[in-house]
Design a protein around this ligand. Structure first.
Ligand code: PLP
Length: 369
């Protein structure tokens, strides 16, 4: 046992946290970072200027606590989402990870159960342990798909209090059918389960892919979670949010820390939302790079999953670690998500994507896979 672990174990840590590893995607310093699904296109100049001006405008008021209800931001998020939503339907926190944590604080906890469908977002089990909520994993099909029948059966069998559905799913990239979400919601009625659809990548979906926002009317246990970390290129600013019935937001007000969204965060997010057109233009470019990766990997004989996100999950590799290392040796960092035969790559700028594809073609011709 390492010295550090031994010292940790002497502390009165909660039993369900003993032996756990913290979230830890490697943060290596290499030229091309395609490993954590960040927006590789950065901030357009005019959005940069708008954010700087907005932050400048709040600095002189930083001696006061910010608007605890972040009313203006909730109004702006509601109008960005559309679908007839208003400020009362919106809640936000420091990243959608915090939103999900607050959902577990309010609806999970000791004696409660969270159901999800791996392979999916690696934070779900960690958020469950952090809130002492039991995590139940139900399996997907061999091709990582999830049918309405299988998902609904898992809801009933698990007696889950909360269900997390990730759509488009991380790490596979594929969006769920609305039939799956409806079936999970119906099956959860028996135990009054809260159903969360994590749509962190919704803006990258192919045109015509429906959002679970369309299912909100009349479904008071349904929550749709979104983030400004990906499409809005604001991973560093930390702003995630949800849309749901107003009573869901009221439940989260019971567990949020007072003034949890800083004035700087609120001003930054508001300025970015005012320029959503410019930011969403970059999303279109990223979708083009994503489709290019899918086409070129297919041509190399690999098997990329259909992607509605800003990343591509691909299989057909005999030795994924050797491919991951071969790319890293060329300064390209992608993600080994621990699924045999597979790797995941984030769509980059055109130049970054070309560097990834050039290197993977070299690895293919040298027989690494
Ligand atoms: C990146 C990601 C998020 C975003 O988390 P933030 O805390 O908003 O940065 C949420 N869910 C999934 C599935 C993700 O991949």
């Amino acid at each position: 046992m390492s010295d550090q672990l031994e010292r940790l174990n002497r502390l009165p840590l909660r039993e369900n946290l003993r032996g756990l590893e913290p979230y830890g995607a490697p943060q290596l310093h290499v030229p091309i970072l395609l490993n954590v699904n960040e927006n590789t296109h950065g901030m357009p100049e005019k959005v940069h200027a708008a954010i700087v001006a907005a932050v400048d405008g709040v600095v002189s008021g930083l001696n006061r606590y910010p608007d605890r209800e972040f009313t203006q931001l909730r109004e702006a998020l509601a109008s960005y989402l559309g679908h007839g939503l208003s400020a009362g339907n919106i809640w936000a926190a420091n990243g959608s990870n915090e939103v999900l944590q607050q959902i577990l604080q309010a609806f999970g906890g000791p004696g409660r159960r969270l159901l999800s469908f791996p392979p999916t977002y690696s934070m779900y089990p960690l958020l469950a342990s952090g809130t002492d909520t039991e995590y139940v994993a139900a399996r997907r099909g061999a091709d990582f798909s999830l049918t309405a029948e299988a998902a609904a059966a898992a809801v009933t069998a698990s007696q889950a209090n909360i269900v997390f559905l990730c759509s488009p799913n991380n790490p596979t990239g594929t969006a769920l059918g609305m039939d799956v979400i409806e079936a999970v919601y119906e099956a959860g009625a028996a135990q009054n389960a809260v159903v969360v659809v994590d749509e962190a990548y919704a803006e990258f979906a192919h045109a015509g892919t429906p959002s679970a926002l369309t299912l909100l009317p009349g479904r008071e246990r349904l929550i749709v979670s979104r983030t400004m970390s990906k499409a809005f290129a604001l991973a560093g600013a930390r702003l995630g949010y949800l849309a749901a019935a107003p009573e869901i937001a009221d439940a989260l007000r019971l567990v949020r820390l007072p003034y949890h969204l800083s004035a700087v965060t609120q001003a930054t997010a508001l300025a970015a939302l005012e320029h959503s057109d410019a930011l969403l233009a970059n999303v279109e470019d990223i979708k083009g790079q994503r489709d290019r990766i899918v086409a070129e990997l297919t041509a190399l004989g690999l098997t990329p999953a259909p992607s509605d996100s800003n990343f591509v999950f691909f299989g057909g590799l005999k030795d994924p670690h050797a491919v991951w290392q071969g790319l890293l040796d060329a300064g390209v960092l992608i993600r080994d998500v621990g699924i045999p035969g597979h790797l995941r790559v984030t769509a980059g700028t055109e130049a970054e994507t070309s560097a990834f594809l050039d290197r993977i073609r070299e690895l293919a011709s040298s027989g690494v896979f």
